[in-house]
Design a protein around this ligand. Structure first.
Ligand code: NAD
Length: 236
């Protein structure tokens, strides 16, 4: 029913956290996964965990922020698998600071990974997807990109940018049966959020209707739906 079985997915930032949970849930549902990450050891561990679920998986080291590196990586992925059906742009970083203290480097590094990284991988893989008249792309935004947050101007701008990018590319690619969507998770329990002070975590918990943080698997479930045949009328 899901239509995931036997298809191939590329998941960026799959070396840990939400990306790893996405790759593993896809494997559980019958997809093979290319685990892409700058952290080669993390990506290799994710690929091993996916293989333990009975699917094929491979790890690829790549800096999503570099267009040359992404082009090289996509060539390697397409040598591994002739067709890629799914792309999940999940790699992301945060470099929090108040605007007046934010350095140009903090601004640029976050935009480079979160927004340019999404552009780089989408551009490189949409060409073969258009050719084969099938593709599903899911970009991981954030609730911060919708509501904003003090101390995260760079992160909020990058994640709001991901939403605008998603909507524009969805319009460009719909006629070729390449569907493009974004997911904007709230507070998810991963290494990215573990570093926050307890006081801040408690404040955030109080904003959440269910009164608890989400897990990577909660995000992965929504991604799985968007990649599946159940969402074949959902784009942008
Ligand atoms: P994480 O820090 O646990 O994992 C991020 C992964 O991305 C790491 O494996 C890291 O090595 C990889 N990565 C970083 N820069 C990279 C680069 N240049 N090239 C390739 N890989 C790179 O973070 P997470 O919490 O799992 O977040 C995953 C995504 O979800 C991010 O885009 C994040 O912004 C988004 N998100 C997270 C939360 C949350 O609360 N954790 C909420 C909303 C959105």
């Amino acid at each position: 029913m899901l239509g995931i079985d036997g298809k191939t997915a590329v998941v960026t930032g799959a070396g840990q956290g939400i990306g790893r949970d996405i790759a593993l849930l896809l494997a559980e549902n019958g997809a093979d996964a290319a685990a892409v990450d700058m952290n080669e050891a993390g990506a290799a561990e994710t690929a091993a965990l996916a293989r333990a679920k009975g699917r094929e998986a491979a790890a690829f080291r790549c800096d999503v922020g570099s267009s040359e590196d992404v082009e090289r990586c996509v060539r390697e992925i397409l040598a591994w698998r002739a067709e890629v059906h799914f792309l999940v742009n999940n790699a992301g970083i945060a470099r929090d600071n108040l605007l007046l203290r934010m350095s140009a480097a903090e601004w640029e590094s976050v935009l480079r990974v979160n927004l340019t990284g999404t552009f780089n991988f989408t551009k490189a893989l949409s060409r073969p997807m258009i050719k084969s008249r099938f593709g599903r792309i899911v970009n991981i935004s954030s609730v911060i990109g919708v509501f904003g947050n003090a101390g995260q101007a760079n992160y909020a701008a990058s994640k709001a940018g991901v939403i605008g990018f998603t909507k524009a590319v969805a319009k460009e690619l719909a006629a070729r049966n390449v569907l493009v969507n974004a997911v904007a998770p709230g507070f998810i329990e991963t290494a990215m959020t573990a570093a926050l002070p307890e006081e801040r975590r408690e404040w955030m918990r109080q904003q959440i209707p269910l009164g608890r943080f989400g897990s990577g698997r909660d995000v992965a479930a929504v991604v799985l739906f968007l990649l599946s045949d159940l969402a074949s009328y959902v784009t942008g």
